[in-house]
Design a protein around this ligand. Sequence first.
Ligand SMILES: [Zn+2]
Length: 284
Amino acid sequence: MLVSPYTGRGRWLRGNLHAHTTNSDGKFSLDELVRNYEALGYDFLVITDHNKITSVEGVNSDMLILPGCEISSDKGHIVAVNLREPIEPNRPSQEVIDAVNAQGGVAILAHPNWGENFCHWRQENLASLRNYAGIEVFNGNILRDSGSPLASDRWDMLLSMGHKCWCYGVDDTHSELDLANGWTMVLADDINPEGIVEALKEGRCYASSGVFFEAIETNEKSIRIVARNADRIAFVGRHGRWLKWVNDKFASYRIRGDEVYIRVEAFGPHGSMAWTQPFFLISQ
Ligand SMILES: [Zn+2]
């Protein structure tokens, strides 16, 4: 049986989960940052300064602005969405993740392939840590830094080991160069903190660097995908293997039964992509 996180109704809301202001190393003030994302038509924005919770009280915006933090130490950066109280960054990563969850936040391991050795997070740490919601499969800031903005390689290794781990796309905004390179689309009934947090934790979302999914549908035997601006759709299985791909904006995949998991990657204009969450196969 195929388990899909895309259950329930709602509408797709576009948001950035990782952004800095002048309160840490960002170029924009909180107000400038908010105006930039409003102009881009976003529905929600999470403020994640390094080791500081920038107050979002009293910000006047049609977008939902959530407080958060990028809990940053040499052990690795952890993006915490919906964080209200600061967390000591030098604690072991597992304690940081547990503390984020205890506050009702969402813990996301940031830019795994950042750095000259493409290893901000060691794979064994990604594999041994527990109860984080997922990883940044795309971090736009790393487009202009060392390493890779992509981390689907790391993600497939985790999924292949049986880790239930979601993917997110983010800008990691520091300046205007980072605006709208990567984002997360969330399926929620309404724009409120509880709905967004729940959808992020339950994987009712997908990551994008430019491609939009219009339909992500499953039944017991197949997956059907429509991606409005894609020119290739690939079904990816265990150990990152491409199970099937088509050069079109519509695609479907018939389940064999031995895949363990299947996830979908779509490719669109100018090198853009989108990533669904994995669909796990479980025996009944
Ligand atoms: Zn950051």
